[in-house]
Design a protein around this ligand. Structure first.
Ligand code: FAD
Ligand code: 2HG
Ligand code: ZN
Length: 501
């Protein structure tokens, strides 16, 4: 395959710096913290296997200093993988998987290792297959905005590449300096642009994946419309590495907005957040590209743990609204009419608007760096749920009341515009008592409201046993049938997504 451009791995991001500085702390092995999970009947890697891998991908077999590949971003899961493989091409991935399948060696696909549900690292000694070196752009059609690239391209690097062509990427998230597009697709990541561009189920035009047997499934279409049979690519989107290893992706990339504004607003209650949302949908309409909220407890994390300054005074709730479009003065006029309305009707108490890139970035960092800020407290119990807006913040209040002083804090923030709440609790270190008090209560609460126990992060290792809170028995049975068809030896990311396999 001929590549257009190799993207350099983004190294300057805050996220990457954070990962490096905090990786000194040793995390308890997952197999010890979760004694209920038993190692499957898989082969154990021996010298002969290492020699074979070395033949398949010379110089790209790692057996030393694997701590970073074995530990998740949250520092809550640690595997004991003895080998990391770094293929460069689909053919190499295919040869590796064919061999592993024959030897019944379990594997875990890994992109940027920023996943938040323990899905990207081994539970026992699964082999890590990293997409780090699969970072080439394959093609770009500037007219239609269709990008085809390898799965290991870092999201921020793709965004930089596209911006040279006045295009942008339809998915954006705080981990963009480290996460890979393959990882984004494998988790069906949502992020802050979903409100504008929809989910990856719509933006991914095609993909290529390698099955456990080594067979390459070529669904790398670049067509917007293609109704020929079942849309197989959809099965891989959000399958979290359990059905195949995604090696390349074709994406529909929108025009880069020419003008962006961000409003940061303070208000008195969560009901006011909803009032602002209703008014913004009405008055900003098509120019609104993000609607996020955070509570006052989140602002404390931003200020105390991240040393960020709030651009406005103290309020119980904050809203971040982004507008973006092709005509700055038109968007700004709409935004100022909207702001005049919400302040004069006292829905909003105070606010500020940024149009300069550095100021916009600063305001976004208050919201986007909360995940990082929480890690300063010690252990973070992370929940990512979909709820009807009528009961959205009720869960945060219920958890705060339930946990009392068992935890350091309970905070709520997230993508209100998509009905996605991020609920986080922290304590100085992991406590099974705290965990028992949180789960399954939290999942029962969400199921009672007909919500989803995972809006965007997926089930991974930590949440797989609760799948029935959001999916029916018949749906899970079908998922298991699909898993058996795609991966009969169950070597692909075992102990993840589906329970009791
Ligand atoms: P990894 O973490 O390496 O892997 C994630 C899962 O995908 C694993 O199960 C892994 O086995 C599988 N996988 C990875 N690559 C492949 C592949 N090529 N083929 C098959 N399977 C693969 N998520 C959101 O949805 N929205 C957000 O706003 C958001 N913000 C975040 C902010 C921060 C600071 C952090 C740390 C994470 C955030 N996330 C968010 C979590 C999100 O899932 C990941 O950031 C991202 O999508 C995962 O990409 P990755 O390359 O790091 O994948
Ligand atoms: C975000 O939206 C991410 O910032 C992380 O999805 C959410 O920290 C979290 O819980
Ligand atoms: Zn999110």
């Amino acid at each position: 395959m001929v590549f257009l451009k190799q993207l350099c791995i983004s190294s300057g991001s805050v996220l990457r710096r954070y990962i490096q500085t905090s990786s000194r702390r040793q995390v308890e092995l997952t197999s010890i913290r979760y004694p209920g999970v038993k190692r499957g009947n898989y082969g154990v890697v021996v010298d002969n296997d290492i020699a074979t891998f070395e033949r398949l991908i010379p110089g790209r077999v790692l057996t030393d200093s694997l701590e970073g590949y074995n530990t998740d971003w949250l520092k809550t899961c640690r595997g004991a993988s003895q080998v990391v493989l770094r293929p460069k091409s689909t053919e190499e991935v295919s040869a590796i998987l064919k061999y592993c399948n024959e030897k019944k060696l379990a594997v875990v696909p890994q992109g940027g290792n920023t996943g938040l549900v323990g899905g990207s690292v081994a539970v026992f000694d699964e082999i890590v297959i990293s997409t780090q070196l699969m970072n080439n752009i394959i093609s770009l059609d500037e007219i239609s905005g269709t990008l085809v690239c390898q799965a290991g391209c870092v999201l921020a690097s793709i965004e930089d590449y596209l911006s040279e062509y006045k295009l942008t990427i339809p998915v954006d998230l705080g981990a963009k300096g480290s996460c890979h597009i393959g990882g984004n697709v494998a988790t069906n990541a949502g992020g802050v642009r979903l409100l504008r561009y929809g989910s990856l189920h719509g933006s991914v035009l095609g993909l290529e994946a390698v099955l456990a047997s080594g067979e390459v499934v070529d669904c790398l279409s670049t067509l917007r419309k293609d109704n020929t049979g079942y849309d197989l690519k959809q099965l891989f989107i959000g399958s979290e590495g359990t059905l195949g290893l995604i090696t390349a992706v074709s994406l529909n990339c929108p025009q880069k907005p020419q003008a962006v504004s961000v409003a940061f607003l303070g208000c008195e209650s969560f009901q006011r957040v909803l009032d602002i949302f209703k008014e913004s949908r009405h008055k900003l309409g098509e120019v609104m590209s993000a609607f996020e909220f955070m509570d006052s407890h989140s602002m404390v994390v931003a200020k105390e743990n991240l040393k960020l300054k709030s651009p406005i005074g103290d309020f119980p709730f904050y809203v971040l609204i982004e507008t973006s479009g092709s005509n700055g003065s038109h968007d700004e006029e709409k935004l100022s009419q909207f702001l005049e309305h919400v302040t004069s009707s006292e829905i909003v108490q105070d606010g500020t608007v940024a149009t300069e890139p550095t100021k916009i970035q600063y305001i976004w960092s208050i919201r986007e760096r909360l995940a990082e800020g929480l890690l300063h407290d010690g252990y973070c119990y992370k929940y990512d749920v979909s709820l009807p807006l009528s009961s959205f913040y009720g869960l945060v209040e219920a958890m705060r009341e339930r946990m009392g002083n068992m935890v350091t804090r309970v905070i709520g923030y997230g993508h209100v515009g998509d009905g996605n709440l991020h609920l986080n609790l922290t304590s100085p270190e992991y406590s099974s008592e705290v965990m028992k008090k949180i789960e399954p209560f939290i999942y029962d609460w969400v199921a009672d409201q007909k919500g989803s126990i995972s809006a965007e992060h997926g089930l991974g290792f930590k949440k797989k046993d609760f799948i029935y809170h959001s999916k029916s028995k018949s749906a899970v049975r079908l998922m298991k049938d699909i898993k058996r068809t795609f991966d009969p030896n169950m070597i692909l990311n075992p102990y993840k997504v589906l329970p009791d396999l």
